[in-house]
Design a protein around this ligand. Structure first.
Ligand code: SF4
Ligand code: SF4
Length: 346
């Protein structure tokens, strides 16, 4: 597996990393097996967060005995000094390691949060102290909003930036990535498959492979998923004309305002599972009709009727999606599909 330099950290990491969110959903044995398979395939960069429930602990079990060969990244979403200190302690314990290679401030998406982190004796000061004590080797940050991410890079206080990058959510390629290069800030691409929206792995990773200095961290749940991705990465072929056409068609179909299924919009006071409602058409492509018109998807669509238009979800969505409008469109789509299915519409 090719290794690349992660910006000013000078760490050499495998071009393909491991995203630790989905291993929360499988059994512990399956999770450990997935991480171990990733290591066998040459992945040396592992990313997780202490708020990904069991993820750190499972990774800790899987990497036992191999820590020295790996670059471990984790995150804290705390905005207080005390919170950061206790999160770091917990991460070290859960991962079973003596130090974290890259400790990141999670989802910093506005100036106020940045100022809170950088306040004298605040969260950044705590992590810098941990760095001096050898508990943390490098400090990074993650964000979902482009303007905030640029500000983070320009601050020169972080050695890496993690931001979504895939051929649908590709705004980072225009300015953020060049800016990161200019400041020698390592670039970590989250959501290479757009949170599960992109199912053509070959096109998704060939798009990312064009950036020689970007490490991508697909969330992996099953062994076959990582094997498929590694195959594409190892072949390192450029996109064929047919793949290029398919990518352009997908860009047109999915558009720029699509839900990344990050669930930052939750909780909804009416318990509407917004991301599931948004993802219903993509599930419809892969599932038999009875799974669309009954069960969790149909129930999620039905719940939209309870929306009070309070707008809380839109305030929390890092992509500023017009959620209220979009969920109603999904209800219309579902109704049309149901009628088609019953043969009422040609
Ligand atoms: S606007 Fe509707 S969907 Fe959004 S939080 Fe309020 S009730 Fe939930
Ligand atoms: S609507 Fe926005 S916040 Fe909610 S899951 Fe989708 S992208 Fe995330």
């Amino acid at each position: 597996m090719e290794k690349i330099r992660l910006g000013r950290t000078d760490l050499m990491v495998s071009k393909l990393g491991f995203g630790g969110i989905p291993i929360q959903r499988v059994s512990e044995d399956e999770a450990v097996a997935v991480v171990r398979r990733c290591l066998e395939l040459g992945i040396t960069f592992i990313d997780t967060a202490n708020n990904y429930t069991t993820s750190e602990e499972r990774i800790g079990k899987a990497i036992s005995g191999q820590r020295q060969e790996l670059i471990i990244a984790t995150k804290t979403a705390s905005r207080t000094r005390e919170g950061v200190e206790s999160h770091l302690k917990l991460s070290l314990k859960q991962l079973g390691v003596g130090y974290i290679d890259l400790y990141q401030f999670h989802n910093v998406s506005d100036s106020d949060t940045l100022n809170t982190i950088l306040a004298p004796h605040g969260p950044m000061a705590a992590v810098e102290e941990a760095k001096r004590a050898g508990l943390v080797k490098h400090i990074g940050v993650t964000s979902h909003l482009i303007d905030a991410a640029k500000e983070l890079v320009k601050s020169d206080r972080f050695e890496t930036i993690m931001f979504p990058l895939n051929f649908i959510a590709c705004e980072a390629a225009d300015e953020l990535l060049p800016l990161a290069r200019e400041h020698d800030v390592g670039f970590i691409a989250m959501k290479p498959l757009a949170g599960g929206m992109l199912d053509n792995v070959t096109i998704a990773f060939k798009y990312l492979l064009q950036f020689p200095d970007v490490v991508s961290i697909p969330g992996i749940q099953k062994i076959h998923e990582i094997e498929e991705i590694v195959q594409v990465v190892k072949e390192t072929q450029t996109m064929t004309e047919a793949e290029q056409r398919e990518m352009e068609q997908l860009i047109q179909e999915l558009g720029k305002t699509f839900c990344r299924r990050c669930d930052y919009c939750q909780p909804c006071p009416e318990e509407i599972p917004i991301s599931l409602v948004m993802a219903a058409p993509s599930f419809a492509k892969r599932m038999p009709p009875d799974r669309i018109f009954s069960g969790p998807i149909a129930e999620a669509i039905e719940k939209v009727a309870a929306c009070t238009q309070c707008g809380e979800c839109e305030e929390k969505c890092p992509y500023n999606l017009p959620i209220r409008e979009m969920i109603v469109e999904q209800v219309d789509w579902h109704e049309t599909e149901r009628k088609k299915h019953k043969g009422q519409v040609v």
